[in-house]
Design a protein around this ligand. Structure first.
Ligand SMILES: *Cc1c(COP(=O)(O)O)cnc(C)c1O
Ligand code: SF4
Length: 331
């Protein structure tokens, strides 16, 4: 069943709902894939369940069990295997927490965990085992900690997904942040623009682009098919408001581990007004090993992209090391 969301109505806790698939059977039925074509399927994935907005499911190829979008969201039994080197907090985010919900790992930049909610559940996600505090109870402590640190000039709203917050809550949060004098930039890390384009209304565009802080929106697309014409048209509009648009992807086996796919993704992003930023090596989070791509293959993919594309369309291949001062390029 598709849970019919209330469009852009607000839920009491400020979370907005989309029309979303939450049951494996409904999604497979929608895309016309039979159970027996997915031998490793986990029909009851537990707390990190299936969640796929209808707009994203519509971009999957029909009757294709290997569709690269489907692969990102289908729970597999392999997720339960315990594999050496894969853990629940592979990037040590918990130890970078300054106050609950505020991570300061890199010079000048503070990352605020705004909500644990996401519009989609990506099976490779490194945050899948986290329990998030709710922002409401920690907001004042977070703002005070940012205000007290003169070295910060950029705040990143992350999550979960910050665009799961209602427009009102975002406006309030961004309003408060813009009163902190040393801040210059506001960055949003969100998969919502790609997976749930109905969320991108004019007021939201205004909130992100119209304040004192310079707005940067970092979207998350892994495959060119994710960027539908609707998504693209909105992104191009938003760019004209002065928002800088970047994309980050995760390198995923069976999804985007081909030179041609990555090249097409970069071309498509550019056509939508977005530049590729990072291509992340998979964080070794428990349950994600079936998406891992060998380092040597990752490096040859990037070399292949370099040989095909202008430099500005080649994403930086990076890996996160728990104690490094930045995400580390490994080519
Ligand atoms: C990735 C990340 C950032 C941003 O890093 P950039 O290289 O500036 O994109 C900031 N804080 C944390 C905790 C991060 O994980
Ligand atoms: S945090 Fe991002 S990658 Fe992780 S499940 Fe949410 S949308 Fe997907």
């Amino acid at each position: 069943m598709v849970t019919q969301g209330q469009g852009l109505c607000q839920k009491p806790q400020g979370i907005i709902r989309a029309a979303t698939f939450t049951r494996v059977a409904d999604l497979l039925n929608f895309v016309g894939v039979a159970y027996e074509h997915i031998p490793d399927l986990d029909e009851a994935p537990g707390t990190f369940g299936l969640k796929v907005p209808r707009a994203f499911a519509e971009r999957m190829r029909r009757a294709d069990p290997d569709d690269p979008l489907l692969r990102q969201v289908l729970p597999r039994r392999a997720e339960h295997q315990s594999i050496a080197g894969y853990s629940e907090d592979p990037v040590a985010d918990r130890s970078a927490e300054r106050v609950p919900g505020l991570l300061v790992k890199y010079a000048g930049r503070a990352l605020v965990v705004t909500t644990g909610a996401c519009a989609i559940h990506c099976r490779y996600c490194f945050r899948r085992h986290f329990q998030y505090p709710s922002l409401g109870t920690h907001l004042e402590a977070i703002l005070a900690a940012i205000a007290a640190d003169q070295s910060l000039n950029e705040v990143i709203l992350s999550g979960g997904d910050p665009l799961m917050l209602s427009d009102d809550r975002l406006a309030e949060l961004i309003g408060r942040l813009s009163q902190i004098r040393q801040l210059k930039r506001l960055r949003i890390h969100s998969r919502v623009p790609v997976v749930w384009p109905e969320r991108l209304n004019n007021r939201l565009a205004q909130i992100l682009s119209g304040g004192r802080l310079t707005g940067i929106l970092v979207i998350h697309a892994n495959h060119p098919h994710e960027l539908s014409e609707t998504v693209c048209a909105t992104l191009r509009d938003w760019r004209t408001l002065g928002l800088t648009l970047l994309n980050q992807s995760v390198l995923l086996k069976g999804v985007n581990d081909q030179i041609a796919t990555l090249a097409e993704l970069s071309e498509r992003l550019f056509a939508c007004g977005v530049l590729p930023y990072y291509l992340h090596a998979l964080d070794r989070v428990a349950g994600s090993a079936h998406f891992a791509v060998e380092d040597t293959q990752a490096q040859s993919l990037i070399a292949g992209l370099r040989a095909r594309l202008p430099g500005y369309l080649v994403p930086r291949l990076v890996r996160e090391h728990p104690r490094a001062p930045a995400k580390q390029p490994f080519i």
